[in-house]
Design a protein around this ligand. Structure first.
Ligand code: CA
Length: 236
């Protein structure tokens, strides 16, 4: 395995880990990415990928000589929230859902255009930049767990099915537990900034979440709005 670090002293450069065993792809790819201003560390094996230091994004070829690429992806995801773009030559075998379940943020299929790849890298970095400071994408408030990666909601460990809008509302309230959110603010931030209709739909969603999770989880603050109350261990 080879660790090649380009421009190691350059401050603020986005660091990419490129995991690619085919040197005819890896070398020009690295050159191109360095020209784009990225700092590139290149490894040719799954073991090398798992041994590499912290980076800002991983570009992971699935067809590696030592380890199954999917295993590498899963391992990386178990250890870190680093964004991962999977590279695969097997378009026909590609199962987007499986890749996303393994923790990949996006994928490209070989042969890919270099410009497209760079655009994907920048898009994933933009999308994930707000999350990079948190070690995981799990928001835990008392007995409530909101998984922002899979949009799953758990109450006392058991998964609860919620609608997309119920999820949006709950995730919004859970991001700032205890804080009172005004009705207009909620309609603006969770629904649509151009919303002009009744805020009745907000009450309907709150009522449904209370029913599915816990009657006291979302508290009504009279003539203002709602707030999420951290509940812990009480009777359901
Ligand atoms: Ca390969």
């Amino acid at each position: 395995m080879c660790h090649i670090r380009s421009h190691p002293c350059e401050p603020d450069a986005v660091r990419l880990l490129v995991v690619e065993d085919d040197p005819t792809i890896a070398a020009p790819l690295r050159e191109g990415l360095v020209r784009e201003g990225f700092e590139v560390e290149l490894v040719a094996t799954g073991a090398g990928a798992l041994a590499a230091g912290p980076v800002d994004l991983v570009l992971l070829d699935l067809g590696l000589p030592d380890l199954e690429g999917r295993v590498v992806c899963q391992e990386l995801r178990a250890r870190t929230s680093v964004p991962i773009i999977v590279v695969t030559a097997r378009a026909d075998e590609l199962d987007r859902v499986v890749l996303l379940e393994l923790g990949a943020d996006d994928y490209v299929v070989k042969p890919f255009g270099f410009r497209e790849l760079v655009a994907r890298i920048r898009a994933v970095l933009r999308r994930t930049s707000g999350q990079r400071t948190t070690p995981t994408d799990l928001v835990e408030v008392g007995d409530l767990t909101v998984d922002r990666r899979s949009r799953a909601v758990r109450w006392r460990g058991a998964q609860v099915a919620v609608t997309p809008k119920e999820y949006d509302l709950l995730a919004y309230l859970a991001a700032d537990p205890g804080a009172v959110k005004g009705r207009e603010q909620l309609m603006h931030d969770v629904w649509d900034e151009n919303w002009w209709g009744s805020t009745k739909t907000l009450d309907v969603h709150v009522a449904s979440l209370r029913k599915k999770l816990h009657p006291d989880l979302i508290e009504t603050v009279r003539s203002v709005g709602y707030r999420l109350v951290p509940l812990d261990g009480g009777p359901a």
